[in-house]
Write a protein that binds this ligand. Sequence first.
Ligand SMILES: NC(=O)c1ccc[n+]([C@@H]2O[C@H](COP(=O)([O-])OP(=O)(O)OC[C@H]3O[C@@H](n4cnc5c(N)ncnc54)[C@H](O)[C@@H]3O)[C@@H](O)[C@H]2O)c1
Length: 444
Amino acid sequence: MSQLKTISHMDDDDDIPSTPGKFKIDKSPYIHHHRIRWSSSVLKLSFWSLVFLGFIFLFFLRSPSSGDAAGDGYRRSLSSASWGGSAWEKRVRSSARVRSGNGISVLVTGAAGFVGTHVSVALKKRGDGVLGLDNFNDYYDPALKRDRQALLERSGVFVVDGDINDAGLLRKLFDVVAFSHVMHLAAQAGVRYAMKNPASYVHSNIAGLVAVLEACKSANPQPAVVWASSSSVYGLNSKVPFSEKDRTDQPASLYAATKKAGEEIAHTYNHIHGLSITGLRFFTVYGPWGRPDMAYFFFTKAMLQSGRIEIFEGPDHGTVARDFTYIDDIVKGCLASLDTAEKSTGSGGKKKRAAQLRVFNLGNTSPVPVTDLVGILERLLKVKANRVMLRMPRNGDVPFTHANISLAQRELGYKPTTDLRTGLKKFVNWYLRYYLPSRKSSAS
Ligand SMILES: NC(=O)c1ccc[n+]([C@@H]2O[C@H](COP(=O)([O-])OP(=O)(O)OC[C@H]3O[C@@H](n4cnc5c(N)ncnc54)[C@H](O)[C@@H]3O)[C@@H](O)[C@H]2O)c1
């Protein structure tokens, strides 16, 4: 109806010009109507094209993750990061400048993460050059990552806001600084989240690792790489304690599978390109500035709020135990790995001779039942937890972990010194200061 109205309205205003001396279109009623319909269609087509283009423009303007394979609930894009320019390069150079005689210059990926922050501060403290890289994704509260970034700024570490999959950015960083080492900690952590967002594990732990190794392989000189694998690669192994020689081909989660894949990818880059690579299998790291998705952290939060906590038990009401490792011990293991890493042997992307390839367990080698962890937290927080025991769901967790650390002891001089009670006390003190600064008493 409205279409008809438009056509009849245009009928009234027909002003198609005719050119004298040229073929004059016969204004027969048929041609007349046909032309009107044609010009109306062109107008409509232009109008809807404009509307369509407008929508596309708005979509790209508002889309938080247009370049991100991670998808749902994981807002970050490669293109949203901004980098470059002379002021930016100056900050990069200054942060990565070595300030001690035999210092190293390290690119730390995942620097705004839990382990990354502690490792970066420790390196900076001893005079090494440190540049951070992190995409500040929202897997857990990005405000915590921003606060860690502020802490790093105060220590003189600049954290570049960008994704490890951004090959152009990585190239630029290696153009600006000849890093001697890369401490690669950026990853999608956590086992349960894979049920919700499997693509984020592929994006960061597989594609991201390859992007980092590609950049390292092409850099001149090639840096030595130390990166975080995980104790989760031991998967369904029942032989304890877990030793580096044990089988790792039965992952119980997608997270574990991506870490295992990472170890194989590392082997390839070592074999073909001569990259010196050390993989570290961390065992349940905890401490101040920790990760809110980990049990010790969310138990603390829940106990201070409602008191109700859900504790998983293994098959036949078996105890779930973890080889909890305090962050300072992990940091010592990371620094020792960097210090003992041999140089990469490739140049121009080609291997000149065999390069170092290592894998170490970094654990505490004394597993503690999760129920004991809760008992320690109860005493530190002076709160009685309302414990709800649940059967462990089959979504990636394993009943226990226990590290054999003799190889790291021998090769790195790694010797964890913090027991769970001492470490949790430090965590709880930090937690109360950070989240409840008005609360007077601290853990004792
Ligand atoms: N904490 C543990 O108990 C534990 C145990 C085993 C292995 N690990 C491994 O150790 C490393 C550090 O773990 P964490 O506990 O500090 O985790 P975390 O999540 O606190 O830190 C990882 C950081 O990497 C960043 N990141 C993720 N994907 C990125 C990407 N594509 N580009 C740039 N930055 C990205 C995140 O924003 C985050 O800040 C991870 O590789 C993790 O898998 C940790």
